[in-house]
Design a protein around this ligand. Structure first.
Ligand SMILES: Nc1ncnc2c1ncn2[C@@H]1O[C@H](COP(=O)(O)OP(=O)(O)O)[C@@H](O)[C@H]1O
Ligand SMILES: Cc1ncc(C[n+]2csc(CCOP(=O)(O)OP(=O)(O)O)c2C)c(N)n1
Ligand SMILES: [Mg+2]
Length: 361
């Protein structure tokens, strides 16, 4: 990067973004939609054209050392491709969680000068491939910024459009609580990447187990959020929704507190979510025998499901008796808040202290 200079670095990946934007605008106009990006990268600002819908905007940052590692202890890397992918998914999920359609991304990238220039090409490819994998079919890249920093970091701002935003505060007693996408897999992947030593040994495992372990690692490095499910939830009348970034219990509590309800998960639904993770948990335990909730693979799989962040599934509350849209699985229901603070329960027990906390000592 230091040898190329800023404008040559931009020239490396801008054609890729311009081509993407042109094809998105073509797809949008073929569907009778107004092209949302009137002026893309290259001027002082992007210009987005309006339609009658509301605009939703969010921003999220990934920092080397805190959110990803260049080389993980178990061997795999988070290069430009993985960082671009993950930053994109994380922002798309927040847009989808409002019941909105992502229409443009703004990408601010700070890199150490010694970063190899291939990194930024991979980064741009990662953004575009995440858009594709998540089903964000009409999302352009409106622009961004390049800078240098000792540690790599990326901040993406995403813009979306919707008719009626689905907030966290609308859940009602009696609502069905349902999940689209996954929970627990990215956390299992993080544990595999950081604590199990080399992953070479998985080559000897039966193919179904090997496939699950690879799936967990992939969910940490390149998470996929079911973006169209957000708009579907809104169309089916969802009262509240958010994306799971910090863990099922912690994020469910955000809906519960904002709405003034309790949330009660069904134990069999949670057990079912954890089932496929049990063999992955076994491998983690071979290398790291203790966890906060006991030391059996079953309890560790459950801990990942309840407390693991970064899968960016969508948790939505649907009115009692409403049809749950395709792609969502019912996990429980909302009930009237019984105490002074909202509670998250499962099978009569209160669930506490699960989830990711940035400033934990
Ligand atoms: N530095 C900040 N300035 C203003 N608002 C912020 C800041 N950091 C977070 N927020 C707001 O606090 C809320 C929670 O943030 P966050 O946990 O990052 O959301 P999410 O998990 O959906 O990405 C969001 O509405 C966000 O806009
Ligand atoms: C090196 C490294 N350490 C720890 C983690 C785990 N981790 C980092 S951030 C996070 C939670 C989600 O991130 P956040 O920025 O809070 O997302 P938001 O809630 O803003 O969408 C988790 C589980 C990681 N991915 N990489
Ligand atoms: Mg969110």
């Amino acid at each position: 990067m230091a040898q190329l200079g800023e404008s040559r670095v931009l020239q490396l990946f801008m054609p890729m973004l311009d081509e993407h934007n042109r094809s998105v605008i073509q797809v949008a106009s073929a569907h009778g939609q107004e092209p949302v990006l009137e002026v893309g990268p290259g001027d002082d600002c992007a210009v987005l054209t309006g339609d009658n819908r509301r605009t939703v905007i969010t921003t999220d940052t990934l920092v080397h050392g805190q959110d990803f590692l260049d080389i993980w202890p178990a061997g795999p890397r988070s290069g430009g491709y993985e960082v671009g992918w993950k930053a994109t998914t994380q922002n798309l999920a927040d847009i989808a969680a409002m019941g909105a359609e992502p229409v443009s991304l703004f990408v601010s990238l700070s890199l150490p000068p010694e970063t190899p220039y291939g990194w930024v090409e991979d980064f741009a490819r990662g953004i575009l491939d995440s858009l594709h994998a998540c089903g964000a079919t009409v999302c352009t890249v409106g622009g961004g910024d390049l800078g240098s920093a000792r540690d790599a970091s990326v901040t993406i701002t995403a813009v979306g459009r919707c008719e009626n935003p689905v907030l966290r505060s609308g859940a009602q007693p009696g609502d069905t609580v349902a999940l689209a996408g996954r929970t627990g897999w990215a956390d299992a992947g993080l544990r595999l990447l950081t604590t199990t030593g080399s992953l070479d040994s998985i080559e000897q495992l039966p193919s179904t187990e090997k496939e699950r372990i690879e799936r967990a690692v992939t969910h940490q490095l390149r998470p996929v959020s079911p973006i169209p499910a957000g708009r579907r939830a809104a169309a089916y009348g969802a009262n509240a929704m958010l994306d799971l970034s910090d863990g099922l219990v912690k994020d469910a509590r955000r809906i519960a507190e904002a709405s003034g309800v309790d949330i009660v998960f069904n134990d069999p639904a949670i057990t079912e979510l954890a089932r496929e993770l049990v063999p992955v948990a076994s491998l983690i335990l071979e290398h790291q025998p203790h966890n906060d909730h006991g030391d059996s693979a079953v309890s560790l799989a459950r801990e990942c499901v309840l407390g693991g962040g970064e899968d960016h599934g969508l948790l939505a509350c649907f009115p009692a008796g409403a049809t749950i849209p395709e792609g969502f699985v019912a996990l429980g229901s909302c009930s009237a808040q019984e105490r002074s603070a909202s509670r998250i329960l499962c099978d009569g027990y209160e669930l506490q202290n699960y989830g990711w906390e940035h400033y934990r000592a």
